[in-house]
Design a protein around this ligand. Structure first.
Ligand code: ZN
Length: 153
């Protein structure tokens, strides 16, 4: 199976065709034809003929048509830019990375990133509290600040 640079679950920017400018997730990748199906992109209308009077499935159907992989660019979850795919060798694995910021484009790593972001936010909250404490030096609330820090941990 030939490998595609873009996989199912990736968020991509459509760069050509009638849905140019749309950002959506890949719902299906077709490595053999170098095509992908992007959620809500290239909607095609089919008319399905009723095979019998009871055929509930007949009528006007809308479904995404596959688009060529060259019509989309992966969107980096770190810097939010549409990027070409670069690779980094990580042990035995080849990891897709963003050409703009070097962040991994693999969804597993993205989760870890989100968590480290959360930790960063927590740290910043502590900083803010310390700043507040400095302003209110007349009435030091040491016990309270300590407790809050522990809660964040
Ligand atoms: Zn990036």
């Amino acid at each position: 199976m030939s490998k595609l640079k873009i996989k199912k679950g990736d968020t991509v920017l459509v760069i050509a065709g009638k849905d140019k400018g749309k950002t959506a997730k890949i719902t299906s990748a077709q490595p053999n034809t170098h095509k992908v199906i992007v959620a809500g992109v290239n909607m095609l209308t089919h008319f399905k003929k009723a095979r019998s009077a009871k055929d509930q499935d007949a009528g006007i159907k809308k479904a995404e048509g596959a688009i060529d992989i060259s019509n989309v660019m992966i969107v980096c979850s770190s810097c939010k830019k549409a990027t070409r795919v670069a690779y980094r060798i990580d042990g035995k694995n080849k990891v897709r990375i963003c050409k703009h910021c070097g962040a991994s484009l693999e969804s597993k790593v993205t989760k870890a990133k989100v968590e480290s972001k959360k930790a960063k936010v927590a740290k910043e909250t502590i900083k803010e509290e310390k700043a507040i404490e400095q302003v209110v030096t007349e009435k030091p609330k040491r016990t309270r600040t300590k407790k809050t820090t522990e809660e964040i941990k």
